[in-house]
Design a protein around this ligand. Structure first.
Ligand SMILES: [Mg+2]
Length: 143
């Protein structure tokens, strides 16, 4: 497991299918917010995000948003309609908030993965937490 590489790469979050996660034994998926689940400019969850979250939940996968973004109110407002807990000011690549979520929701490292767009924060934090890292391309507006 190279520290320089995510364990798996995807184009977008929608490509991370609940079936794939289940096969990988993932029960807790920690997700970065900006440029992973949303464009920086998106104030509300996109329809495809709400749908994906719903599918993951239906498959028994717990989702927690872990972001370095410090805007607590904005994050709570964004995450409330999709009903996922969020952690702000996470200071990734530090892994404390990742391991904190695993402790809180009682999942083991082998059941947990971090999904994000940045190597220097998301992937590295996953390595430090000794969990799997899934990397998506920087989110772009689809026109
Ligand atoms: Mg990001």
């Amino acid at each position: 497991m190279s520290i320089f590489r995510a364990d798996r790469k995807f184009e977008r979050f929608e490509d991370v299918k609940p079936d794939f996660l289940k096969k990988q034994g993932i029960k807790l998926l920690l997700c970065d917010l900006d440029n992973t689940l949303r464009l920086h400019s998106e104030k509300e969850p996109a329809e495809e995000l709400a749908k994906w979250i719903k599918e993951c939940k239906k498959a028994g996968i717990k989702i927690v948003v872990i972001s370095n973004n410090g805007r607590k109110k904005m994050m709570q407002k964004f995450c409330e309609p999709i009903d996922v807990p969020c952690v702000w000011w996470a200071k990734k690549p530090m892994s404390t908030k990742l391991t904190g979520a695993m402790d809180k929701y009682k999942f083991r490292p082998e059941e947990t993965a971090m999904l994000g767009d940045k190597w220097s924060t998301d992937v590295l934090a996953a390595k430090f937490a000794k969990i799997r890292s899934y990397k998506v391309e920087h989110r772009k507006k689809i026109v």
